[in-house]
Ligand binder design. Structure first.
Ligand code: FES
Ligand code: FES
Length: 278
């Protein structure tokens, strides 16, 4: 017996014939075929929040949005639902799918620096060097074949979201996170951004305390939480001029912190609403 799963991914309908029962949403998103590498797979156990995406459905009257851990969600349990990744909220260009692969390149063991690397690490290092050269070659090639501003043309060639061409439409949560220096290695950032994106849609009048409490499922190992939470709390209904006075200003802000780059848009296609109605 064959079985087909249909859902909406960043506003587009996706149909998967006979999906494996153990195929997880995070693995599907990050596969070279899909190439949505925004959500990260850090713990793979629902503990860190790095894989957060927004899952939406039509409740009969309006769209309901929930932030979920995509590392815990089987693709088989998505039929008729709407999935939004950070790319769908207006973010960055997709990487070239053929460069999407993970390699172990170093170890934290206490081996002396002069020691010969174990075979596995030598292989991993060679693979990493090869991948790095492939990235450089692909950037060089894109620059050579395009005319005009090289960086802009490179981005434009794979754009699917407005913010991939301009800063217009950039996710305002991501903007505030960056503005407040809340991202270092960036591995956790997408999880924080997507969790907050869902939270402010469902709780537009939330307070600083409520916002802080909403992040107990997100872990950051780099920045500490102060910068991240400051960025998020600038959305709070009780954020005051006094708070603004003490906010650490890390990046030059040509627009002023109170001006967002654009409204946050969760792409909920009308067909998803229609198909949810009997
Ligand atoms: Fe999903 Fe950590 S990777 S919660
Ligand atoms: Fe590196 Fe949070 S884990 S910025």
């Amino acid at each position: 017996m064959s079985c087909e799963i249909s859902f909406y991914l960043n506003g587009k309908r996706v149909t998967i014939p006979d999906p494996a029962p153990d195929l997880l949403l995070i693995d599907y998103l990050r596969s070279p075929e899909i190439g949505l590498a925004g959500p990260k797979k850090s713990c793979g156990q629902g503990g860190c929040g790095a894989c957060t995406v927004i899952l939406s459905h039509w409740n009969g009257e309006k769209a309901e949005h929930r932030a979920i851990n995509s590392c815990l969600r089987p693709v088989c349990a998505l039929n008729g639902l709407v999935v939004t990744t950070v790319e769908g909220t207006g973010s960055v260009r997709r990487p070239n799918p053929h460069l999407l692969q993970h390699s172990l390149v170093s170890s934290r063991s206490a081996a002396p620096t002069t020691a010969t690397l174990p075979h596995e690490l030598q292989v991993a290092e060679a693979a990493s060097r090869q991948k790095s050269n492939a990235v450089l070659a692909s950037v060089k090639e894109a620059r050579e074949v395009q005319t005009g501003s090289p960086v802009f043309r490179l981005v434009a060639s794979t754009a699917e979201q407005p913010s991939q061409l301009t800063f217009e439409g950039m996710n305002p949560v991501a903007y505030r996170l960056a503005l407040n220096n809340g991202s270092q290695c960036g591995y956790c950032s997408v999880g924080f951004v997507m969790n907050m994106s869902e939270f402010i849609i469902n709780h537009p009048e939330s307070t600083k305390k409520e916002i802080e409490d909403a992040f107990d499922g997100n872990i950051c190992r780099c920045t500490g939480y102060r910068a991240i939470l400051t960025g998020m709390k600038t959305f709070a209904s009780n954020w005051t001029a006094e708070d603004e006075k003490y906010r650490m200003k890390c990046l030059p802000d040509p627009t002023g912190a109170s001006q967002l780059p654009g409204p946050l848009v969760i792409p909920f296609p009308p067909e998803a609403r229609a198909s949810a109605n009997p």
